[in-house]
Ligand binder design. Structure first.
Ligand code: ADP
Ligand code: MG
Length: 479
């Protein structure tokens, strides 16, 4: 049994640690939060309003809870209470609960890293004047899309590390950072997380987040209203960090591309960070000016692949935790096994299950999950599996079924193996690590290079094309 006193002591230590991470931001938010006690793992907090509660929950609680858990050995549950009239907010009387003397609120001097701290005019006026003093909100950001809520696995590791680095959290910063990958794989989430982090760490940085679609609309509107001067100032001058989501949307829009090109140059020359997301690699972007495509490759191109099983399980767990859904491990695993292609679908399935279960007053157990998922997934009954593809490829090249999984590096076997990997990647939406495992436990980088090689040969070598077409015809007949 942990007493109130033990709890208060653990709280003091955890809160001092959390404050160290980002003192300015901490003081700003914790001047609207009150500590009511910590007993038996239940942390009671009081927030001035719902906005503060949500913010503290998203940005500070993960660190705080981890710290408290380490200190008390108990898993921490938070009980919130909303109260407009706080008596002793944490940050106003930090000595009451923090052993360290509070430092005065200070904003770090700007490093020479592209986030200059000119006193910029922000486009959005904050609703809460306390927050405006520190960092105005950035339009269009989802508060839940934070780094803390992002699950990192082999499929998104590079994009995640590069986003952290672009936010100034260690690692080499690449400019531009080009994040690409299929739909629903976390590109927008990462870019929002990056913006949240910069906003927190450098409150004076002027962050502009915009979808390419909106960029086009704003551009057209500015032309019509003869406000191009404003438009240009917004993207070329009043901006320290430009985040453009779904750049593929600029395809074929020559005039907007031209405008974006100039904004890009102005920012890049001023060493301002640019981050762009896309559903394709730069060189695969259709109807995009060559000079833009080449600029997209100046920095780092980081791709995100479909997550492998372990990452999917971790994502389902994380989402369940965020949404306060009670989920057994076996159900997590089942959902992750059933929904493989993209994280948005994975999340949708979980939320749908939880909503239905709660309406029916039923727990989300395995039987319920099985029935529901079977009823809602559009069955693709005869979809080929990895094994089917391997079988057809072996038959075509007259190999034994074990050859593809073996360590044999004989040229003809290696070629057939590469073709099979390529076809699996094309048709099955499996991740590279999953395919590596399905091909005799090979490393995912081997699969990536095999797929790229066959892709290139398909374009340049008619014999390879003929093989692929013949195998695809056979596969077509079993689907
Ligand atoms: P994209 O922009 O690539 O189409 P999003 O960023 O919109 O995809 O992601 C779709 C959903 O999946 C979002 O709700 C996002 O939070 C979630 N998501 C994607 N990847 C991850 C991840 N690695 N960890 C946690 N959630 C993720
Ligand atoms: Mg997106």
């Amino acid at each position: 049994m942990h007493s109130q006193d033990d709890g208060a002591q653990a709280w003091c230590e955890a809160i001092a640690f959390t404050r160290e991470q980002s003192p300015a931001s901490f003081d700003q938010w914790f001047s609207s939060v009150q500590f009511d006690g910590l007993t038996d793992g239940v942390l009671s907090l009081r927030a001035r309003d719902e906005f503060v509660r949500q913010w503290v929950e998203d940005f500070f609680l993960p660190t705080l809870s981890d710290r408290l858990q380490a200190k008390t050995g108990l898993s921490i549950q938070v009980r919130w209470c909303i109260d407009g009239a706080l008596e002793r907010p944490v940050a106003d009387r930090p000595t009451a609960f923090a052993p360290v003397r509070p430092r005065p609120i200070s904003v770090r001097p700007p490093a020479d890293d592209g986030f200059a701290s000119e006193s910029g005019v922000h486009q959005v006026v904050a609703e809460n004047p306390r927050v405006a003093a520190v960092a105005p909100p950035v339009e269009g950001l989802n508060p839940k899309y934070t780094f803390a809520n992002f699950v990192v696995g082999p499929s998104n590791q590079l994009a995640h590390a590069a986003s952290m680095a672009a936010a100034g959290v260690g690692g080499r910063r690449h400019n531009p950072l080009f994040i690409c990958g299929g739909t629903g794989l976390g590109k927008t989430h990462l870019v929002h997380a990056l913006a949240h982090r910069v906003r927190e760490e450098r409150p004076s940085a002027r962050i502009v987040y915009i979808s390419a679609e909106r960029f086009v609309n704003e551009f057209v509107q500015s032309l019509q209203d003869q406000k191009m001067h404003d438009f240009r100032a917004r993207y070329r001058e009043r901006c320290d960090l430009l985040l453009v989501d779904d750049i593929h949307f600029l395809a074929g829009k020559t005039q907007t591309q031209e405008e974006f090109f100039h904004a890009f140059n102005a920012l890049h020359q001023a060493s301002k960070q640019i981050v762009v997301t896309s559903d394709k690699y730069p060189q695969q972007l259709d109807k995009m000016e060559e000079r833009l495509v080449s600029r997209f490759q100046w920095g780092l191109v980081a791709d995100i692949q479909a997550p492998e099983l372990e990452t999917r399980v971790a994502i389902v767990r994380k989402k369940a935790q965020i949404e306060h859904i009670d989920l057994a491990d076996e159900v997590c695993l089942y959902i992750a096994q059933m929904v493989r292609s993209n994280v948005r679908e994975l999340e949708g399935t979980l939320i749908r299950l939880a909503a239905k279960a709660s309406l029916l007053g039923h727990p989300v157990d395995l039987t319920f999950a099985r029935t529901e998922i079977a009823a809602t997934t559009t069955a693709r009954p005869n979809e080929a599996s990895v094994e089917d593809i391997q079988r057809v490829v072996c038959h075509h090249f007259k190999l034994r079924s074990t050859d593809l999984l073996s360590k044999d590096r004989h040229k003809s076997i290696a070629f057939a193996r590469h073709v099979a990997m390529y076809l699996c990647k094309q048709r099955l939406k499996c991740s590279f690590p999953e395919l590596g495992r399905a091909f005799g436990n090979r490393d995912h980088t081997t699969v990536i290079s095999a797929v790229r090689k066959v892709e290139a040969l398909r374009g340049s070598d008619p014999e390879v094309r003929a093989h692929l077409e013949a195998i695809e015809r056979k596969l077509g007949s079993i689907e």
